[in-house]
Design a binder for this molecule. Structure first.
Ligand code: DCP
Ligand code: MG
Ligand code: MN
Length: 319
């Protein structure tokens, strides 16, 4: 169900199921009845009923229906295109489109550059990336970067840093000691990316969907020499002052990040991908009124210590 809702870009339900799954994983006795399930954290009555159905019948009717409904199947196909949301997908379905070919050949649809690439590489981008291959992509980036300037560091973050056997994308955290975001950005965007494009490793720059943080990230597609499979890669530009907070943020997972941020805010602190701040003035509903003063940004372990949270290795952050 979580994967189904994720494909439908229903973030709220995806998260609800992921939290319930995490709770179930922690149990050491089989959960069979809905009452048993409902008594556990992060499991509401709707999910509890589904748990009981699965425990008793080894299947889930709601999921079978969802996977068999033809309209849902087309929606899943279309929302599976990189950069296509539920709204866009629904409009295409309403207009009578059923296949990727329909979209490509339609005389009226104007696909964006991202969507065109998303369709051309649909199967590649739907696959998870084996851990060894993530490491190889990281190695290509690191070697190119250190050839430009040996004092650069390139760390693979995201699910890879959490020890995952496979990843959805490659998250490369790029930093250099005593360096500003501006100086790192200049090297990454003006030298590293063009070099790797020319080498044929980087294939395509995806237009960022959200502006704002835009300048500190490069989203694109990469492909190992001798392979034909294109992968999603993020280059994250991090000044040395912020490397601890950035490592924390870009290691995730997203649920862990939410919890630790909430914990910080309950202690009157604020944590984001740049640092841990104090004396943040908040108004109603914890709305932030001032940025506050930086307490720690450089050292990941130090951020845990100041928050009073025992150190959690990246492998233990799969919430
Ligand atoms: N992140 C977050 N909240 C989000 C998106 C991302 O806190 N809404 C943080 C935590 C993630 C990290 O950024 O671990 C990298 O984002 P990814 O989307 O690449 O997620 P992962 O690397 O964790 O998983 P995947 O293997 O699917 O890439
Ligand atoms: Mg990732
Ligand atoms: Mn990513």
């Amino acid at each position: 169900m979580s994967r189904y809702y994720d494909r439908m870009h229903d973030n709220w339900r995806t998260l609800a199921y992921r939290k319930a799954i995490a709770t179930l994983r922690r149990q050491n006795v089989k959960v069979v009845t809905k009452e048993q399930a409902k008594a556990l954290p992060n499991i509401g009555s709707r999910i509890a009923e589904k748990i009981e159905e699965i425990a008793l019948t080894s299947r889930l009717q709601r999921l079978n229906n969802a996977l068999q409904d033809p309209r849902d199947q087309v929606l899943q196909l279309f929302t599976g295109i990189y950069g296509v949301g539920l709204k866009q997908a629904s409009l295409w379905v309403e207009a009578g489109h059923r296949t990727l070919e329909d979209l490509k050949n339609s005389p009226v649809i104007k696909l964006t550059a991202n969507q065109t690439i998303g369709i051309e590489h649909y199967d590649d981008l739907a696959q998870r990336i084996p851990r060894d291959e993530v490491a190889e992509h990281g190695e290509v980036v690191r070697n190119a970067l250190q050839k430009i300037d040996p004092s650069f560091q390139a760390i693979i973050g995201g699910s890879y840093r959490r020890g995952a056997a496979n990843s959805g994308d490659i998250d490369m955290i790029i930093t250099k000691s005593d360096s500003s975001a501006h100086s790192i950005r200049t090297v990454v965007l003006d030298v590293l990316v063009p070099t790797l494009m020319k080498k044929g490793f980087l294939k395509f720059a995806l237009a960022a969907s959200k502006s704002g943080e835009q300048g500190d990230k490069w989203h694109g597609l990469s492909c190992l020499l001798g392979s034909t499979v294109w992968r999603r890669i993020d280059l994250l530009i991090v000044p040395s002052e912020e490397i601890g907070a950035a490592l924390l943020y870009f290691t995730g997972n997203d649920i862990f990040n939410r919890s630790i941020r909430l914990l910080a805010s309950k202690k009157g602190l604020r944590l984001n991908q740049r640092g841990l701040y104090k004396n943040v003035i908040r108004g109603v509903n914890r709305a932030k009124l001032t940025d506050g003063e930086l307490v720690e940004g450089k050292d990941e372990k130090e951020i845990f210590r100041i928050l009073g949270v025992p150190w959690r290795a990246p492998e233990d952050r799969n919430c």
